[in-house]
Design a protein around this ligand. Sequence first.
Ligand code: MN
Length: 233
Amino acid sequence: MEQPVIGVIPSLDVQASQYTVHTDHTKALIEAGGKPLVIPYEVSAEQIAFKLDGLYLTGGGDIEPMLFGEQPIPELRPITKVRDSYEIRFIHRIIEWKKPIFAVCRGAQILNVALGGDMYQDMYSQIKTELIQHEQNAIKSYASHDISVERDSLLYTIVQNKTIRVNSRHHQANRTVAESLKVSATAPDGVIEAVESVDDSFILGVQWHPENLAVRGDPYAKKLYEHFVQACM
Ligand code: MN
């Protein structure tokens, strides 16, 4: 069978005029049987979305709070408006074409914002209860905290487990989930760790970095990529 072509949106460093994608993303997609295609923002979603079998959204910097109707708080870190707009447009085109979406970290937030949800600009200053360490000091590929997976979810279908351990490198997180999405996993402190489509389409956003885990053999992370690539076939 033909390998599905999966669009990968890179990060853009506007000052350096440089796109970047960590190779763990492309490796994890390739190892799962996909054919990743990194797309520069000069190629519009309208020009390319219909040719793709799926969309993969990578991690990166913060998201422009105006997109969910807020002024920036002091703790907001650097944003890249052009990336936010590009990804939001792309998400809508891909959904119109009914193609799968797998989004990691920042991707899970831009997915939610694109569909009408909102998020914490900085959960450590905005959530008043005690939080666990979500910007882990451990190395990138260390699964540092637990998440509980909702039973009736695509995520559960994939990992087949109520509790899994994940890595964590975020200070932002989803807050109100868009109407077309639901929460499919939370951290022990209640922080949203995964969102997915309310219907049976493959639209999944995870707050952690499965790419760093999958390429080092983590069985749950590998399953995420395998199921996503399968859904793109
Ligand atoms: Mn976390």
